[in-house]
Design a protein around this ligand. Sequence first.
Ligand code: AHR
Length: 646
Amino acid sequence: MKKLYILLLLLAAHTLVKAQKTYVVDLGKTGAEIRPEMYGVFFEDINFGADGGLYAELIKNRSFEFDQPLVGWIPFGEVNVLSEDPCFDRNPHYVRLNEKGLRRGTGLENTGFTGIGFKQNDRYRFSFYARSLDGGEKKFRIELINEANNPIGKGELHLSGSGWKKYECLIKATQTCAKGKIRLVLESAGEADLDHLSLFPVETWKNRENGLRKDLVEALYDLKPGVFRFPGGCIIEGNTLETRYQWKNSVGPAENRPINENRWNYTFKHRFFPDYYQSYGLGFFEFFLLSEDLGAEPLPVVSCGLACQYESTECVPVADLEPYIQDALDLIEFANGATDTKWGKVRAEMGHPQPFNLKMIAIGNEQWGEGYVERLIPFVKALRKQHPEIKIVGSAGPTPDGENFDYLWPKMKELKVDLVDEHYYRSPEWFLENAGRYDHYDRNGPKVFAGEYAAHPKNRDNNVASAIAEAAFMTGLERNADVVHLATYAPLFAHVDAWQWKPDMIWFDNLNVVRTPNYYVQQMYARNVGTNTLPVTHEGNVISGKDGLYASACVDKGQSEVIVKIVNAAAEVQDIHISLKGFKKPVKEATVQITCLHSNVPEAVNTVAAPHTVVPTHFSVQTNDNGFQFKALGNAFYVCKLKIQL
Ligand code: AHR
C-alpha cells in the first residue's frame, strides 16, 4: 500500500514538472552593447511622491501660499495672513500673531502630510523666518505632538528685532508616532510675523539641509538605477500652460521658489486631494544632485508648449515658442555651463560648481498629434545647433500602439531624434504577449526609451503576477538592447494614505518604506545589466513565451561574468538546463549564483504590515559538463550569474 502511495506521488510530481528544456547560451556570439544606464527610474510628484514623500519637509504649506493660505494649519488666538513688506517676494504671504495675554494662547499647529511621522530619539530641525513688530524679545514654544495630543518633544526660540531673520532649533522626539503634528505657541505678549515654517529630520539622505527622506533614497540607491527621468509626467505639461512645470521656479533659495498647484490633486475625482501642491523644495538642482548620488544619468523633461492634452487644448503658437526653447537651452547651461555663465553661476551658487554632465533632454512628455510635431521641430533645430552633444528624446504618445503611435514614430525618424519615449500601462497578459515587441524593430532609426510602463492587474495591485509579467517583458528589452536604450518603470512612489495612481514601484507611509515585487524585478535587472547581449535559444529559437518561459542572457566583460535571466510565468515547476557554448575554457565545477523572486501566490503583495512577503532569495548550483540546471518554480524570475574566463 505504502509503495503504491509513493508511486502515485512520484507520478503526480512527474506530471507537474514538464520535460527538461535545454537552453543554449552562446558566448561565441557576443551581441550588442547594453547601455550601462539602461534600467532606471521615472520620478514624478504624484501620489505625494515629492512633497510629503521624497522631500523630507514635514510641514505642509510652510509659506502660506496655497490658494487657501491656512490649509494644513490650525491657528488659535489672533492669527492673520498678510503679504505687505514680505520676507520673500515670490512667496509673499506670512502670518501675524498677536498675543494679548488671554488664556487661550496664540499660535498654530501644522498637521503635515497625513500627519507627521516622528521617530523616537531622532532629532528634528525646526526653523522659521520671523520679526518682532515692536522689536522686543518674543518667546516661542515649539512642540512635537503625538496622536494622543501629548507633547513628545520641545524647543524654544527667542526672537528680537523688527527685521526678518531666520531662527532655528533642534528638537528630539521622545516617542515614535506615525501621525503627529507640530505646535507653536507665542508666549510673550505682543505681535510677531512668521514665514516659511519648516521642520526636517536632521537625518536626511547625506544629512543635507533641505534634504531628502533617507529611507526612500536608500531604496533608490539599492536599486542602482542607470537613468533618472524627472520631474514627470503630466505635471510637466500642467493642466494649463500657466501651471506647467517651470524649472527656473525650482532653483535658487528654497524659501523663494514659488509654489505651483499639483494637477494630481483633482485629476481623479475619486482620489481628490485639494491640499496637494508643489513646493518645489525638491527642484531641479536637487534632482541633478540625486541623479549624481545614485550614479544615474539625469534625464530632464521640459514643456514643449502644450498643456496636458487629456485635459486641455491650450497651446503656445509655434511662432511664440522661443521662451520655451530658451528654457531648454538654459537648462543645459544650468546643468553643464561654466560658472561664469548666467545659469552655470546659479548652479555654482547652489553649491555645485562642477557640471552635472547632462547628456539627454526630453521635449514634451507623452504628447501626440501634429501639434506636437510642429512644436518639436524648432526645439530640435535649436538644440542641434547649440548643443549637438545632447541627445533629444521625442514622444510616441501615451499608448504603445494605435493611431497616435503609428503617426508619431515615422515623424520621430524624420526628425532624427535620438530616442523615442514609449509608454505602456497594460495588463500582465499584454506584457507576457509582447515580450517579443522589439525583436523586429527597425535597427536604424531612433532608439527606444520605454519611459513609462507597468503591468496593471485588474485590481491594480503591485502583485507577484504583475512583477513576473514585467520581468518576462524585460527579457525582450535586454535581448534587443541594440534598439532599446533606456527603460523606466512608472510611477515610482506612492504614499499609502495619499495616492492617486497605482500600481507604483515603492510605497511608503510617514515612517516606513515598502519595496514591491515590481521593485525587486527592476533591481534584479538594474544590478545585472551586463555589457553585451548573448543569444540564449531553445532549439534555435528565442525563448519568449512558449510554456510560459522567457529568457535573456548577457556577458559582463568588466566583471568576467555571464548572466542568464529566466522567467517562468507558468504555474508549474519547469526543469531548465542551461548549456554553455562558445567559451574559451570549459566551465566545469564553477558556482552559479542564483537570485530568485517567487511566490506560489500570484496575488501576493508586500505591505507596510508585511513588507517582506515577497523578496528575492539566493542559492547556488554547480556547473557540470559546461552547463547547469535547476528547477524553475512557477511564478518566478531567476538571475543566474557565473564567473568565466574571457
Ligand atoms: O505615471 C503617471 C502618468 O501616466 C504620467 O504622469 C503620464 O505621463 C502618464 O499618463
